[in-house]
Design a protein around this ligand. Sequence first.
Ligand SMILES: Cc1cc2nc3c(=O)[nH]c(=O)nc-3n(C[C@H](O)[C@H](O)[C@H](O)COP(=O)(O)OP(=O)(O)OC[C@H]3O[C@@H](n4cnc5c(N)ncnc54)[C@H](O)[C@@H]3O)c2cc1C
Length: 295
Amino acid sequence: MYLPSFQYVAPKDTGELAALLADHGDDARILSGGTDLLVQLKNSGVKLDYVIDISGLDELSGISHDDKTGLVIGSAAKLDDIMEMPEVKEKYFALWQSIETIGARQIRTMGSLGGNICNASPAADTPPALVAFNAEVTIANGDKERNMPLVDFIQGNRKTAIKKGEYLKSISVPSPKKKSGSAYHHFRVRGGMEIAMVAAAVAVELEADNETIKDAVIALGVVAPAPINAEDAAQKLIGQKPSEDLLQKVSQACADISKPIDDFRASAEYRKEILRVLVEEAFDEAYAQVAGESK
Ligand SMILES: Cc1cc2nc3c(=O)[nH]c(=O)nc-3n(C[C@H](O)[C@H](O)[C@H](O)COP(=O)(O)OP(=O)(O)OC[C@H]3O[C@@H](n4cnc5c(N)ncnc54)[C@H](O)[C@@H]3O)c2cc1C
């Protein structure tokens, strides 16, 4: 398949980007790394007048970390650059794991975090990990900005909260608490070139005794049109010390609220079963990162 014809524009700053979106928002798509968009343009027959390339905008490509404000990632920051930042592996391990699993090096070198989120594929790897960290997004429209939790930003299959004239500016991930750990586990059969069938991310914080769970977030991926924050299931962990029985109840609660698809790759029933395993595995890995620490 060939690409349809369109006009390619590369704004020199976010002011020009805002003006282009205001003028052509209905007939334009943003291109960041193009690893999703160009495939879709070739295969879907979508016709557009403009493709607006934001990959050269330094204002949208920064990555910064500070213990107070946390991690702030520009929407056009490349997946590989995020992964290479030592603080990401050290403090946001589930996010690091979710990026490491994406495609191959070539894809992570071109692909951006903003693209992975805005594409809003139910199978995208980074959104569940970001939900586990209570990440927020900043959406810009000219000089105006608005923030919202990432879990509200992704509204369904290929559907986000972005309105005409807006673009995703950045993703903010709060700094994890001192006694906390996180993990992202996913299931696929053929490695990086296949999309995930089921995924779960868990973030836990422990009390000073290094055993009792003070706080927990469980995010489920690929088992609904958008990532799920399994709040009721996570609530069961709080104030408890882990046991096999407790984890079975928590993972069952996750399976109960999931709504996976039923297709040729796996039945919905099988996906729910795998989800239970992934939630327990991700919890065990996140918990083990802190449970052994000195008090
Ligand atoms: C071979 C291959 C393997 C892959 N493997 C995986 C995988 O394992 N896991 C996975 O999750 N993904 C995978 N992907 C999908 C893709 O690589 C990722 O989703 C990537 O992060 C997309 O980023 P991008 O910058 O290339 O997005 P683009 O293709 O540039 O954009 C994607 C969508 O987001 C919109 N967009 C981008 N930035 C913004 C913004 N700032 N504001 C508003 N809208 C915006 C675009 O208009 C477009 O609709 C794979 C892709 C390929 C081709």
